[in-house]
Design a protein. Structure first.
Length: 341
């Protein structure tokens, strides 16, 4: 049956491809957005040369011709596009002069423009070593969004001092602003070339993973040794050995022991924003009466800061870790040992 109605987007593309020779159609299909290829391919299975009236196919071709010959919408040139664009029209020497004039005018209008192109974390690090007066001068000239991000990285006392100075700042001349901007850009670029400092949590996670796969006696000996020499590291290792998400893997007996030592209010707060697997394992090991109490407590508590939720979770995890270290249960598959009857 020949369709005389206006086809959908995917069917229009399929109809157009079928009017081309095989190689041309394949070439176009390869260049389509991956997000629509599946729809077009499916349409190809239900469209053939007799699916549409001649006037519908003509309309498809007319629309395509209009789109191809329509003038492109104006778009601002990106920084890296501007130089070759000007060189093509003006030649290299003239283009270099124009670009120089543009950059000079931009420096007068926004002397710290180049800093805004740098990662905020690097800008904040560079300004953290400057006096509050210099930091205030720079932040007063940056985009407010960038200034806010940088300011949030300062300590409270310095942030307050900087904000106070911004409110009464008297900008120096352009030469001074330009000199400060050049020095900061050079410092930020130098910092960016330095290797990133090692993440201390990676080391702790590695130790935790090793102990999770070690024999129980080895785990106990290592943790006891860490407790004697570096209690802070020992606590960090324990936290990574058993996390909140691991509660989803506790067996019924161990979970019930953990829940028996935790108050209903604490449990209700700890479950806020929790993954469904963890919540399911906890709730399924509570009596109907306690389940109802937890749900009521959670609803009555309303929205809460994540910091309070983490404190409550910490109490639950403390009880779980104490049981596990005492040899009373373990997360499923934690040690990777073969079970024997």
């Amino acid at each position: 049956m020949t369709d005389t109605t206006r086809p959908s987007g995917a069917r229009r593309v399929a109809a157009f491809l079928l009017t081309l020779d095989k190689d041309a159609a394949a070439s176009i299909l390869q260049k389509l957005d991956p997000a629509v290829v599946a729809d077009v391919a499916e349409a190809l299975t239900s469209v053939d040369e007799g699916s549409f009236a001649r006037e519908v196919l003509d309309e498809v071709w007319r629309d395509l011709a209009k789109d191809l010959h329509a003038p492109a919408k104006p778009r601002a040139k990106k920084e890296e596009e501007l130089a070759p664009f000007l060189e093509a029209g003006l030649g290299k020497d003239r283009a270099r002069q124009v670009l120089g004039a543009i950059h000079e005018r931009r420096r007068h209008e926004r002397p710290f423009h180049m800093l805004e192109q740098k990662p905020v974390v690097h800008v904040a690090a560079a300004l953290s070593h400057e006096s509050p007066a210099v930091a205030a001068l720079v932040l007063a000239h940056l985009d407010p969004k960038v200034s806010a991000e940088v300011l949030s990285g300062f300590e409270g006392e310095k942030a307050l001092d900087v904000v106070g100075r911004i409110s009464r700042i008297v900008p120096p001349g352009f030469a001074a602003l330009s000199s400060i901007a050049d020095e900061l850009v050079a410092r930020v670029d130098a910092a960016a070339r330095q290797p990133a400092p090692p993440d201390p949590t990676v080391r702790i996670k590695t130790i935790a993973q090793m102990l999770n796969n070690a024999q129980k006696a080895t785990e106990k000996a290592v943790l006891e040794g860490l407790d004697e020499n570096d209690k802070e590291t020992a606590e960090s290792v324990r936290e990574w050995m058993f996390t909140w998400d691991d509660l989803a893997r506790l067996d019924k007996k161990t979970m019930q022991k953990v829940l028996g030592s935790v108050e209903t209010r604490t449990l209700a707060v700890a479950l806020k924003g929790s993954q469904s697997a963890v919540e399911s394992n906890i709730m399924s090991n509570l009596s109907k009466r306690v389940q109802a109490m937890v749900k009521d407590e959670r609803e009555l508590a309303g929205p809460m800061p994540m910091s309070e939720v983490l404190v409550a979770r910490g109490e639950v995890l403390k009880a779980a870790r104490a049981l596990l270290e005492g040899g009373e249960g373990a997360p499923a598959g934690a040690k990777g040992e073969e079970l024997v009857a």
